[in-house]
Design a protein around this ligand. Structure first.
Ligand code: NAI
Length: 414
């Protein structure tokens, strides 16, 4: 089994790259098949599984052919049946699945890991060791020690790991990144990001604590799980857009909801490697917020702001002129933003298509590698969150935990 690192084309490669039109529809013809995916977790009993199934199929570049999709054997089977999956490729144990897929001629190119975070490391190591790429849900793993182990496992395997920080797939988030790269903001001074929701599912504890979701169980993912569950998205998106890395953090974390045993509100003050300063707010008790992910980046010359609930537009406000909105799909947008859009301007794409962009990019890179265009594949992979991005979040969380325990003392990231 071979992942991106040693991808073989099913059809012969063109004699040189220049005669290959690399739009998805022609790329799939050149590659000669869809990219084959398997899934661990993400069963019909899960929150996120269906989103992955919609996203991976959006462009017709991927197919889901194997799975060990639930801890519950009957749900694992029924999820496979609902997908008309070959029963031979529906497994009850992910280790069996990794071995079986590695031994098939038509085995999977990559496995999607959509299980709780405390299981990601073991699943990822199993598939990487079989030469299979990994598309892993965030947060990367349970803690920083596990992150170091996974970074080492990816390096050793030579495979690719894509981390599904899905909001980086939005065209206007990619446009924001291009604006920063072009220097339109000038030196960045202030960075604000928040993922602060408050719907009843997260704002209230169930009456019976035995029915708590693992997100709210300190024994499963620790008392600071909010930083991995939502804080990781807020941190990752500003890291993605600005290219800046947090170096130090001062954390205040509280538990607001009655009968709750984990933190449900976190204010992180942060310093970046460039000297910029910022704040990352994570909350489950921001009552009235439906979703709550947004960012504002402020430079010497201009600022940009974006909200997940209105993802088609990006506010750009120069210091010496009127603020305006850039909108998805318009001429003059960056290459990355245009390549991430499908429909004409004015036809909203939204969350599912943003998520689908991660699959489109992974599959495109897999196919480009397969037809001998590794450099172009790398350009596409570079806009996807990676294992090192996942490790960076885990180092922020470790430092935030230490800071909280020391009454908010400024604490460096390891
Ligand atoms: P969940 O608890 O609803 O579902 C977990 C799934 O994994 C279930 O199907 C369960 O049966 C299965 N599972 C657990 N252990 C397993 C094992 N050993 N083998 C096979 N299957 C196993 O969890 P949820 O909310 O779907 O979250 C899963 C992951 O996705 C987490 O890392 C979470 O942070 C992430 N997530 C990401 C989102 C995003 O916006 N990108 C949104 C929601 C969740």
């Amino acid at each position: 089994m071979c992942g991106l690192a040693c991808a073989e084309p099913t059809h012969g490669p063109p004699t040189n790259g220049s005669d290959l039109n690399t739009t998805p529809s022609t790329l799939i013809e050149s590659f000669g098949r869809r990219v084959r995916l398997g899934m661990v977790g993400g069963g019909l009993d899960s929150v996120i599984g269906d989103t992955h199934r919609v996203a991976l199929r959006a462009d017709g570049l991927c197919e889901l052919v194997a799975g060990a999709m639930s801890i519950d054997p009957e749900v694992a089977r029924s999820t496979g049946r609902a997908d008309l999956m070959d029963p031979e490729r529906v497994h009850l144990d992910y280790s069996d699945m990794a071995r079986a897929e590695a031994n098939r001629q038509d085995g999977i190119d990559a496995v999607i890991i959509a299980t709780p975070p405390n299981t990601h490391l073991a699943v990822a190591e199993e598939f990487l060791s079989q030469g299979i790429d990994v598309i892993c849900e965030k947060p990367l793993v349970k803690d920083l020690d596990e992150a170091d182990l996974l970074v080492a496992a990816v390096e050793k395997s030579g495979q690719t790991l894509v981390l599904t920080h899905c909001y980086t797939g939005y065209p206007m988030v990619r446009e924001a990144r291009a604006i920063v790269e072009d220097g339109l903001l000038g030196p960045i001074r202030l960075v604000e990001a928040q993922f602060a929701g408050g719907d009843p599912g997260v704002a209230r504890e169930p009456n019976d604590s035995a029915t708590r979701h693992w997100r709210f169980r300190p024994d499963v993912v620790g008392p600071s799980a909010i930083l991995g569950e939502v804080g990781s998205h807020a941190h990752n998106i500003v890291n993605y857009v600005t290219g800046l890395s947090v170096t130090d953090v001062s954390a205040q974390m509280d538990t607001i909801a009655a009968r709750r045993d984990v933190y449900d509100n976190a204010y992180l003050n942060v310093r970046f490697d460039s000297g910029a300063i910022g704040r990352i707010w994570s909350s489950y008790v921001a009552i009235g917020n439906e979703h709550g992910l947004s960012f504002t980046i402020i430079g010497d010359d201009a600022s940009i702001s974006w909200r997940q609930e209105q993802p088609e537009s990006l506010r750009v406000a120069p210091i010496d002129g009127p603020a305006h909105y850039r909108t998805r799909g318009m001429d003059g947008s960056s290459k990355d933003a245009l390549e991430s859009a499908r429909f004409r301007p004015g036809h909203p794409e939204g969350y599912a298509m943003a998520f689908a962009n991660l699959y489109r990019d992974y599959a495109t890179a897999r196919m480009l590698t397969g037809v001998g265009l590794g450099d172009e594949a790398q350009r596409v992979l570079d806009r996807l969150p990676s294992v090192s991005d996942g490790r960076h979040v885990m180092s922020l969380i470790a430092a935030a935990d230490a800071s909280r325990a020391a009454n908010g003392k400024w604490t460096p990231l390891r």
